[in-house]
Design a protein around this ligand. Structure first.
Ligand code: MF3
Ligand code: CO
Length: 249
């Protein structure tokens, strides 16, 4: 399967799913406080998504059982919601997908809980900024891996490392479409960016080394050195001007 280009009409349909995903984050964020469990956050997201007539994208995807992924501290991605209570000083990466009228939206944010160290806050902001730095290249005339390479360049300048085992992806009628999008420098520049490409760019950035491992639950990835990791993701569309950040309100 090759990259599926969306028309302007398709992008405006897909925007509806993306906005629901972004609003689900806004809802969940209100409840990210000391003492809340990640399962409670999962329910808030699911209830909101369903109240909009949408369906959680991740639920039943490859056997995943929940609406959100909630990855705490050294967890990198795909943390499973549980009765674990968030503690002051934790950071939590929350990833949400919503499916509405034939299209998916996908986005992730990392939030601090209570009193968070300056080191953790810096990791969170560098991770977010790596996304914004990279999409300066998300324009016609550039190539896909120009985006990838800029993420790593910015992250390494700031003393962190990029997770290599999980990557971004095209998105649309399927949660995961072509192309695969590494968040690190590639030896080639990759495909030409074209108007109507819709991409989920989702850097996962580690405080220490880039290595990760998957825990016995088959889902939760953690840093091998158990240092912190942060995640930031938006669904974007390539236009003939600036990229459209579809999962921003
Ligand atoms: N944003 C992640 C991804 O695109 C979340 C997927 S969770 C899963 O891979 F459960 F659906 F796998
Ligand atoms: Co994604």
């Amino acid at each position: 399967m090759s990259i599926i280009i969306k028309s302007e009409a398709e992008i405006s349909e897909m925007l509806k799913a993306c906005k629901i995903t972004a609003r689900a984050h806004e809802e969940v964020n209100k409840y990210v406080k000391v003492g809340v469990t990640t399962l409670e956050l999962d329910k808030i997201a699911e209830d909101y998504i369903r109240s909009q007539g949408a369906v959680p994208s991740f639920k039943d995807y490859n056997g995943y059982k929940n609406t959100i992924c909630a990855s705490v501290n050294e967890e990198v991605v795909h943390g499973i919601p549980s009765k674990r209570k968030l503690l002051s000083g934790d950071i939590v990466g929350i990833d949400i997908g919503a499916y509405y009228r034939g299209y998916h939206g996908d986005c992730a944010r990392t939030l601090g809980v209570g009193d968070v160290s300056d080191e953790a806050l810096t990791l969170i902001s560098v991770t977010k900024q790596s996304f914004y730095e990279s999409i300066k290249y998300a324009k016609l005339g550039n190539r896909l891996y120009d985006i990838s390479g800029r993420i790593e360049e910015y992250v390494v300048e700031n003393g962190y490392s990029v997770v290599r085992d999980f990557i971004g992806h095209g998105i649309g009628r399927d949660l995961h479409e072509k192309p695969e999008i590494p968040h690190y420098k590639m030896p080639i520049r990759g495909v030409r960016l074209m108007k109507g490409m819709t991409l989920a760019i989702e850097p996962m950035i580690n405080e220490g080394a880039y290595g990760v491992e998957v825990l016995g639950d088959g889902w939760t990835a953690v840093t091998r050195d158990r240092k912190l990791s942060a995640h930031y993701e938006n669904t974007i569309a390539i236009t003939d001007g600036e990229p459209l950040i579809m999962t921003e309100l």
